[in-house]
Write a protein that binds this ligand. Structure first.
Ligand code: NAP
Length: 183
């Protein structure tokens, strides 16, 4: 565990994993070009060159270096339909490693909050509409993106296991990324 105790009223240091992706660049645009950051906030946008988040040592090192108070977790192996169908195992393993490492490293630096990006495609294939977050685990996802979807669902499981009253708040955000900015 990290020894640092975050001052909950102090300045925010926000670490964005996957900061060079579609969504990360959109957030960077809002923060840097549209005045989206508040005074005193520091924003750090990571790419895979800063750390391979599939590796716990590299993940821990980059979190120790930046000591974030808040994390927006976007980094993932993301594909389209055919890539998902071809490489379900890679989507499962790579995303499980990334997510587990990021959430554990956030815990170790005593971060206050992590918002992780999930996806609408993780919902059960057979479902009723409208969907909401209580329905994520109600049945298997579509077989085409089985590995990716289950890896993303496990963020929700990880978040629930962390709800231990120790202060780290973990939030899963289901998005379809259709509004991801000028890019
Ligand atoms: N795009 C969509 O339609 C969509 C829909 C639903 C949900 N989402 C979710 O939204 C989030 C952002 O998606 P996106 O479209 O912005 O993704 P993206 O454009 O494919 O970008 C992926 C990001 O993750 C980083 N990354 C990948 N593997 C990494 C690793 N091993 N270590 C460190 N960083 C790594 C990439 O870094 P490099 O640039 O260095 O490679 C890049 O910054 C993801 O969690 C995704 O699952 C996306």
């Amino acid at each position: 565990m990290g020894d640092r105790k975050v001052d909950q009223n102090g300045p925010m240091r926000v670490l964005v994993t996957g900061g060079t992706g579609l969504v990360g660049r959109a957030i960077e645009h809002v923060v840097k070009e549209e005045g989206g950051a508040r005074e005193g906030e520091e924003w750090i946008f990571l790419s895979s060159k800063d750390a391979n988040l599939m590796d716990m040592g590299e993940t821990r090192a980059v979190f120790q270096k930046h000591q974030p108070t808040h994390i927006i977790h976007l980094a993932a192996m993301v594909g389209g339909l055919f890539k998902n169908m071809r490489a379900n195992l890679d989507f499962w393993r790579n995303n499980i490693y990334i997510n587990d490492n990021v959430l554990q490293a956030a815990h170790e630096v005593d971060a206050v909050r992590v918002v992780s990006c999930l996806s609408t495609c993780i919902f059960p294939d057979k479902t009723t509409y409208p969907i909401d977050e209580t329905m994520i685990h109600n049945g298997p996802p579509h077989e085409s993106n089985y590995g990716y979807a289950y890896a993303k669902r496990m963020i929700d499981v990880h978040n629930s296991c962390h709800s231990n009253g120790k202060g780290l708040k973990l939030i899963g955000w289901n998005s379809n990324c259709k509004g991801a900015g000028p890019q």
